[in-house]
Design a binder for this molecule. Sequence first.
Ligand SMILES: Nc1nc2c(ncn2[C@@H]2O[C@H](COP(=O)(O)OP(=O)(O)OP(=O)(O)O)[C@@H](O)[C@H]2O)c(=O)[nH]1
Length: 550
Amino acid sequence: MPTPAATLQKKLHTLRRRFIAQLPERLAQASAQWQESQASTEASARLAPVLHRFFHSIKGTGRTLGFERLAILADQGETSLSAGGTTSLARVLTALEQEVQTLTSQHPGEFADIIDHHVEFPPAPQSSTHNKQQRLIYLCDDEPEQVDQLVHHLRCFGHEAVHFTDTERFFSAVLARRPDAVIMDVHFPQGQTAGTETLESLMRLTGESIPSIVLSSYSDFHSRLSAVRAGCHGYFTKPVKPLDLILAVDEITMPAGDEPLRVLVVDDEPDAADYHTLILEQAGMAVTQVNHPADALAALERFSPDLLLVDVYMPVCSGEELASIIRQQLEHVGLPIIYLSTETDREKQISAMSAGVEAFLTKPVSPTELVSAVRLRAERLRMLRSLMSRDSMTGLYNHSTTTELINKALALGHREDSQHTLVMIDIDCFKEVNDTHGHLAGDQVIITLARLLKSRLRNSDIIGRYGGEEFVVLLKNIDVSATAELINTLRHDFSRVDYHAGQQHFRCTFSAGISHFPSQPSTEALRLTADKALYRAKHQGRNQVVTYDA
Ligand SMILES: Nc1nc2c(ncn2[C@@H]2O[C@H](COP(=O)(O)OP(=O)(O)OP(=O)(O)O)[C@@H](O)[C@H]2O)c(=O)[nH]1
């Protein structure tokens, strides 16, 4: 099986071959245009920009793909065209023809001219093995008192929990199937710190540390030090509040920013666009490309990128003009834009950046430079967007963002003829929870429900906190009965979570109302009907899921 690096080099090679294969025709066309331009002043004025674009694009893409000699000749052509040097341009065209002939006659697979020094791809990020729905958790503890309760809570949150009573069996199980996280007791009959020593041995053997949390009946320095040495991420003294442990497990297993960064590449040269797409995709980003600036606005709407990578010189509309058009729209004011160009003149670069773009990268850009420039700026936008669009207590979308996202999903749903469902969820008798156990305990319930929804629903679903103890969820591409089944399972699991407030324990339930899209064609109609169903669920005794039935 080819390695990822070999596959990548193969793709790069295909790009180069494709670029070279279409050069003879492009060059013949340019030569003909050059001949034609010599016939009259009108033809010369008309064809000069076309020829300029030809040389410029061969220079940019040639350099990007590593054909340095080709790029130098194209650069000479561009300069001589600007200077109006007829003989030198004819010479350049001839030299280009020879160069193209040499390249096309080379054995496929070997381009003698290739400058490969910049084609060192940065390592792709480790693909996450975490399944959003369910994580595999190993619990190793020989004291039975709390184990059942912990396993029960882990399962309520949708995790697969496997319990071991001795470290040997746990050790073999980890080698056979690596868990997403480990909850480990420290003290076993064979030693005061046998649990953490087992984790340490595993770390030495496998060369990696498994996200782990230690449970201990002791809080002494020695036990804690052994946990640190074993690379543990958390330390809880028994008795443990299961909910606190679940949140800690979530924290150590939840990959930060799992969603790939989204980049829109706008370049009229498909080969250059393909090359930059290849680099960014290799770095784990999601990329869409358009080869005509006029298509960029629709792509922005459809793809919602975190960053725009734009070629500066394009026919019809330059990168600068495109950036200005984008900046005219309020919703895209903060979108980072990076220019890519062969332009090396600093003054021209600065002037090009006047439309408020973030950076100017000169072609050929090294993969490492491109990836880090894009990642830095796209991640910053992600963070800002997240702060503005999320509720600070639960991390779920706030009211306005939820509505906006649902509106967008429905617009797309109408176009694609999809069916979605909207669910309104409200915690039952929540006032009583606050009144009896205090607001902090109430907050704990809200956070728990948010966690449950986040960990059990799909990435593509929209989960929002609509206000107070009310949540709204848009489940995509699902029908009403599958939704009812799913929400009922969540309702059941939520009702079995134990909360602790001082010395008291309590449990909570929720009610939910479901409505269907496109039967209800708008956000407002969906919300109103789901609300009616929710009202019925409350009226019928709470702790139930009701589907709206006209
Ligand atoms: N702890 C806490 N309480 C909140 C928050 N937001 C709203 N609340 C409380 O949530 C309670 C909502 O109560 P109600 O809407 O009367 O309904 P309920 O008691 O949940 O009863 P039913 O919905 O009829 O089952 C109010 O007491 C609010 O003060 C919050 O962020 N934290």
